[in-house]
Design a protein around this ligand. Sequence first.
Ligand SMILES: NC(=O)c1ccc[n+]([C@@H]2O[C@H](COP(=O)([O-])OP(=O)(O)OC[C@H]3O[C@@H](n4cnc5c(N)ncnc54)[C@H](O)[C@@H]3O)[C@@H](O)[C@H]2O)c1
Length: 314
Amino acid sequence: MPPLPTVVVTGGAGFIGSHTVDRLMETGHRVVVLDNFSTGKRSNLARWAGDPALDIVTCDITNGIFAALAPLTKLHGPVERIVHLAAQVSVVHSVANPHVDMTVNYGGTLHVLEYARAHHVKKVVFASSAAVYGDVTQLPVAEETACQPVSPYGIDKLASELALDYYANVHGVPTTALRFFNVFGPRQDPSSPYSGVISIFTDRARAGKPLTIFGDGSQTRDFVFVGDVVRGIVAALGDGNSRMIANVGTGNEISVGELARTIVDLCGGKSTLEHAPPRAGEILKSRARVDRLRDALGVVAQTSLVDGLRATLA
Ligand SMILES: NC(=O)c1ccc[n+]([C@@H]2O[C@H](COP(=O)([O-])OP(=O)(O)OC[C@H]3O[C@@H](n4cnc5c(N)ncnc54)[C@H](O)[C@@H]3O)[C@@H](O)[C@H]2O)c1
């Protein structure tokens, strides 16, 4: 039997990463997770415990990935493709610690690209973010929109996209950057105050606790279910679409206030809504144009917000 194609998933113990690992394992890949477990958890991958097709390596991306991968490639052959998700994920944290954000998010991407260049990796798929756009006036926001990030997190994601383009152009490394909008679903960790708003709201609404809305609640987001995001990642991992940047969202937006009321209703209506001052670096309006996701990658988000919320609550 030919060896299974090896896919490396950096940040594979995290929220989006572990769902990506699930899909890759289900479709017959050998998967190597590189993660420092700063926000990721081994329990997210518990379902694959003992499966010889999955290797989990503790690795800080800021130290590079050559040493972490060398023993495994010696055993199983070369890495074919990489999904690069490992990151410092908090916009607020990036405002307070811009150097840390640059080292992990931009520096980590450079380490991944250096490995891909040296080992002739067939595709690098990078988790970029809608944060690269900053505060846009025209919605839905298309990939051609001029990027004006308003946080170090957005700047480092944009710099990473430029690095992907450079490695594709100059070194021939095939790359695709996916600009995720607001991803939600099971396993998103509500324990951090900077975690995804849906995970925090569902966690509190289930317990009947008040929900805190930063600002007046009129800020909008394009919330996309994690299963749909994984379909985008898997499609981008294929050959083709190199040097491409694609939004990953639904093309719909909802205000945070309306989201809060929907979640409270789904949880039986016990929680009250409270307001706190707006947060630094937060964008006001967000909705993806999703034509490229559909036309180039053949992916259309299928899960409605309410269905996704029900799956998250379950
Ligand atoms: N969740 C969203 O709405 C969203 C939106 C846009 C972009 N993204 C991007 O998607 C990716 C995945 O995010 P997520 O929501 O799953 O968050 P997450 O925190 O669950 O996953 C990030 C993973 O990276 C790991 N990690 C962090 N620093 C690391 C380091 N120095 N070395 C190795 N591993 C490290 C963490 O332990 C974790 O497993 C990130 O790049 C994030 O910026 C997420």
